[in-house]
Ligand binder design. Structure first.
Ligand code: ADP
Ligand code: ZN
Length: 436
């Protein structure tokens, strides 16, 4: 089934015309409503009149995460506050989170995009559907929720945590669909095993998995253990949230909601478009967003756009699975974590040398984070001579980390000179999960 065949299966020429028209309108809109964009365009001597077709997009400047941070909190908002009905936030590289405001129309487009995804996965109004992304500032929970309501399935807003209760509900209510991170799906399977709930007792048949990278091996394992078919769901809060793109039954790349989000793939060094089908940095322009539109936003996600038609009948272009990042962002239990956030905490504590290491692993299908940090030699020799003093310091560090990262890390305080120094490019991460 296709939720909106008009938009999902539009002839290519017609789609390009629509995108060109919308691009012109959005450039005009930000020019008049966002000083940041007006200044940038004026510096480049570009007026909205210069942007008439979608091919003109290459004339426009890029927007980066740094621009969002520099304009914290509302600098890039285009709509007046009275029209913003929802505000989400996602982690920033240091300090400031990225704030995204949505108008009523933005929320309704987002719900429609989510409805397109769910319909593509085969979800209908007959399903009982559990949303197990986190509800809150993170876009996953509420984003998926609205889409499930739009198609008329019964939504169970389970959110994350309390997994045993959730597992019982899946069995007792006969829940048929679930949206969550792929690692949470594995954790759920594990929990069910432990509780003695077998896959024959549950009715799950569809999974909408995203918000973090995952592999085909994970897909096979989740499908085997939960007895469902798992589909990819991609999105980011700067563009909207989940449902920027979604897999169809072919499961060969994810269709982009191109009538709302125009994709480009560029070489992250030269910033030139890469030839069709090649891997580069994914860039999106929001074509219809009112709250916080972005022009040529550099996602830092590496992927390719897949050439050719999809047998499912949708004409919207497909993107490959995400193959990596151009920055050092980690996604740990679905939460964005930057090593620089850890560094910022290390630097506030006088006991520590600026030498630290993040060790990420996956144990029993749950991501784990260990943060090692070195003591300064003088502190090591003088003050910290009792285990109680070390414990206190570890606790203080762990508390600060939790408030900055929003996740728990296990802290290990090391003697001076014991964390391995890298030879070349400084590296602060050992990721043992091998997700790309
Ligand atoms: P969200 O709230 O949608 O997770 P964030 O802004 O917190 O948005 O994080 C977005 C990032 O999460 C993306 O840029 C990408 O790196 C990662 N991501 C989201 N969905 C997927 C997916 N299906 N596959 C791989 N990575 C994903
Ligand atoms: Zn398809």
């Amino acid at each position: 089934m296709i939720w909106n065949p008009n938009k999902e299966c539009m002839p290519r020429e017609q789609m390009r015309l629509l995108q060109g028209k919308r691009l012109h309108k959005i450039v005009e809109y930000v020019y008049h409503n966002v000083p940041f964009y007006r200044n940038k365009l004026q510096e480049m001597d570009i007026s909205p009149e210069d942007i008439q077709t979608i091919d003109d997009i290459v004339k426009l400047p890029f927007t980066t995460k740094k621009d969002l941070r520099d304009n914290y909190p509302f600098g890039l908002q285009a709509a007046p506050q009275s029209e913003i009905i929802r505000i989400h936030a996602s982690s920033g590289t240091t300090g400031n989170p990225t704030i995204v405001g949505y108008t009523r129309k933005d929320i309704s487009i987002w719900s429609e995009c989510m409805a397109r995804s769910l319909t593509s996965y085969g979800v209908t109004s007959d399903d009982i559907f559990s949303v197990s992304y986190g509800y809150g500032l993170f876009t996953g929970g509420l984003g998926a929720h609205n889409g499930v309501e739009m198609i008329g399935a019964s939504v169970v807003p389970a959110s994350t945590g309390n997994t045993e209760k959730h597992a019982r509900l899946i069995r007792d209510l006969g829940i048929t669909g679930i949206a969550c991170t792929p690692s949470y799906a594995l954790y759920l399977a594990e929990t069910m095993d432990r509780m003695g709930i077998s896959k024959d007792e549950i009715k799950l048949r569809v999974g909408a998995f995203g918000a973090e990278p995952w592999t085909e091996n994970m897909r096979t394992e989740i499908q085997d253990r939960l007895g469902l078919k798992g589909f990819n769901l991609y999105g980011l809060s700067e563009i909207m949230g989940p449902s920027v793109s979604y897999e169809c039954d072919e499961q060969h790349g994810s269709h982009i909601n191109e009538d709302h989000f125009f994709p480009e793939v560029i070489d992250p060094v030269t910033l030139e478009p890469v030839p069709a089908g090649q891997t580069g940095e994914l860039v999106f322009t929001t074509l219809t967003k009112e709250g916080m539109p972005v022009i040529r936003y550099r996602t830092r996600d590496l992927c390719s756009l897949l050439p050719g038609e999809c047998p499912c009948g949708r004409t919207n272009v497909r993107m490959s699975a995400i193959q990596g990042r151009t920055d050092d962002m980690l996604i740990i239990r679905g939460i964005n974590v930057f090593p620089s956030q850890v560094e910022s905490v290390v630097l506030t504590m006088k006991e520590f040398a600026p030498v630290y290491m993040l060790i990420v692993d996956r144990v029993n299908n749950l991501d784990t984070l260990v943060v090692q940090v070195e003591l300064r030699p003088d502190v090591f020799n003088a003050t910290l001579d009792t285990p109680a003093a070390i414990d206190e310091l570890e606790k203080r560090f762990a508390d600060k980390l939790r408030s900055v990262l929003s996740i728990n890390a296990k802290v290990q305080i090391k003697a001076p000179g014991t964390i391995e120094r890298s030879q070349g490019k400084s590296s602060h991460v050992i990721d043992k999960r091998k997700l790309y």
